[in-house]
Structures are given as C-alpha cells and as structure tokens.
Design a protein around this ligand. Sequence first.
Ligand code: ASP
Length: 441
Amino acid sequence: MKKLELHWQILIGMLLGIVFGFVMTYPDWGAGFVQDWINPFGTIFVKLLKLIAIPLILASLIKGISDLKDISKFRNIGLRTIGIYIVTTVVAISLGLILVNILKPGDGISEDTIAKLTETYASDSGVTSKLEEASRQKDSGPLQFLVDMVPDNAFRAVSDNGLMLQVIVFTMLFGISLLLIGEEAAKPLKKFFDSLNDVVLKMVDLIMLTAPFAVFALLANVVVSSGDPDLLLALLKYSGVVVLGLLLMIVFYSIVVSSFTRYNPIKFLRKISPAQLLAFSTSSSAATLPVTMERVEEHIGVDKEVSSFVLPVGATINMDGTSLYQGVAAVFIAQALGFDLSLGGQLTIILTALLASIGSAAVPGAGMVMLVIVLESINFPADKLAIGLALIFAVDRPLDMCRTVVNVTGDATVSMLVAKSVGKLGKPRVKNWDDHLDEVI
Ligand code: ASP
C-alpha cells in the first residue's frame, strides 16, 4: 500500500486532535486530562525540534559558506536577503492596514463586550507579562539590536536558542575564515561539518516520524485551553480581517514564486506544507526552522549556500504574518476604544511594525509584546494599553498559529527568490530516514 504523504498524515493528526480537544471540553476532568497526559507529548516534540536548531544552523551555514566558490557571492546573497525581507514585510503591514481601514472590525464592538473583555483579561498574567516584557525591550537604544547580534562568548551563544542571530554571526565569521585558510587546511573541518550536517538532517527525519502524533497532542491542548466561546465570537470580525490578510499574503507569495522563479506555486505550497502545518501547530517559527530547512533544500532544491543563511535569518527577523497582525491589531484597538488615528499615525505603524517584526523573537506570543511598542509609537494612552491588549488576548493564540504559517511561508519564498537570483535553485534531492537502514540491520 502506498504510504500517505507526510502532510496528509499531519493534517489528519491535527483534525483528530481538534475533535478530541472538543470532546474533552465536556467532562469536568477533560481539560486536566489533556494537559497532564496528552500535552506533554506535544511539548517533547517541540523540544526535540528546538534541540536540533542550533546544531543545524552551525553545520549547514558552515557547509554553505565553505562550499562557496566565490566569496563575493555571499555579499550578494546577504544584501538580497535583507532587501527582499524588508519589501515583503512592508507589503504585509500595508495590506493589513488597508484591510483594517476598509473593513473597520473595531467599529462594531459594543461597550458591553469591551467591558467584559477588560474584566476577563486586563489583569490576566498573560497580558501583564507582555506589557512588562515590552517595557524592558523599549528601554534600549536604537543600535542596541546590532550590539546584541554580536556574541562575546561563542559557547554561551550556542547554548541559548534565543540567541540565534549571535550564532549566525559567529558561524558566518567562522565559515568565511575557513574559506580563507585554503582548501588543504580546511579539509578536515569541512568534512566534519558536512557529516554533522547530514546527521542533523537525519535527526529531522526521525523527529518528523512522530509529527502526526505530536500535532494531535498540541492541538487538543490548544482547544481545551481556549477561552470563553462567546468572547471568541465577539472578536470574529477582527480575527476574520487578520486571517483574510494572511490568506492574501499566501496568494502574494504564490504570485511572487511563480513570476520570479517559474516554479508552480501549488507545488511550492505542497512541498513546504509539512513546515506550514508544524508552524500552525507549534506557533513558533524557530521550532519549525529545521523542518523548513529540510523541505526547502531537499524537496524544492534551494542550494544550501542560500537556505542555510536565508532561513535562520528569516526565522528571527522576517515575520510578515506578525507584522500584518500588528497593523490590524493596532488599528482595531484604536477603532474599538475610539482613539483617533491620523494618516501620519498609520505611517508610523508601518515603520514601527517593520522594526518590531525584526526584533520579535520567533516564539509563541512574541508578536503581542511588540504590538505594545507599536501602540506606544502612535501615542496610544499608556493607561489604556492593558485594555487594548485585553481586547485581542482571547484570540491571540489561534491568530498566532495562523501568522506563524505566514512567517514560515515568507521565509521559504524569499529563499527561493534569492536562490533563483544567484543561480542556486536546483533539483530536489529527497532523502528518507531509512535510506541506509539496510546497512545497519
Ligand atoms: N509566533 C510567531 C513566530 O514564531 C511570532 C508571533 O507572531 O508571535 O513566528
């Protein structure tokens, strides 16, 4: 019998997880059961993915750079990557702003709903912790992000997933130096990292064998932990605008992929779908990174020289879905609370949301922290910030899941564009977890 393709397996796991989660909302003990006995398997899966993120960046970026025949190519790749990331992010925020201004989801929110949302969430630890985190981040100077990118201890950098950019900076310096010592001297290290890279990609294959079960656990937990259905319904129009914008972004990527790379967009989406489904289930582009890399390299044919740089950098600084959400959420809150927003204010949102998406960590809920900074940039009254966040908190998790899909799809799209532009979009070379199994049993 032909084996079901991975994305179908994952999709079935997700659907069963959602159904199981709903069933478990009925018995009193249901939510507790899912949290204690089901969710840990999802958590283990996410931990395993995070476990291999740093070794994968190290090995694949060093391999990517040391395979370069011409070091000036790296400058091209770098500049194009950053340039295209900025363009796609600005497109995403502008699209969000256009939609929220036309559809005005905040205008229909009744005083009652605002009061109920405020009462339920304004002092919720989820909201207050985001406000605290935002004030910590905003106190730093404009160039602090550059300072933060440079590690002062390589071993500390590689021991913290939150320091991905530091790892990239260290690895780039290492890779370039490896090129510069000459082929003969570089050979042993190059071989070592080549082989490490193969091992880590094999680990991705092995971990992915459990993906259909893990997404079951993750989604069942999302369902039992979600808030009051009435409040979710009150925010339906707002959520609808965000989701519509995110869908349009996927259409935008498809058009860009087909016009600039001549690659069939449906095929593109099908090839990266396991990464998208995991982004949805984990709400974390950082946790999804190993799978995104594997899909883009092995299944689409983007050369490692490009993907090993574009994707890890993208996971940390390119968040189109998050930026779109920030634009919509900021204006929605302003509309709902009757805060007047000028055209200048909206332009400020574009600029701050762009910077905020670069600064957002690739973890669940990070977008909401940066939203506080976006709101402050348009002089939103500080005493109403908690109320503003309370308005959107109930639907943040499902929207986070959706925007992470767009974040990951955006990174994959840009990796294809850059690869095409430097002649590094080749043939896929799919490897399966059991390719060498018969040699060891
Ligand atoms: N969860 C998102 C990501 O990891 C970030 C966010 O929008 O909160 O890509």
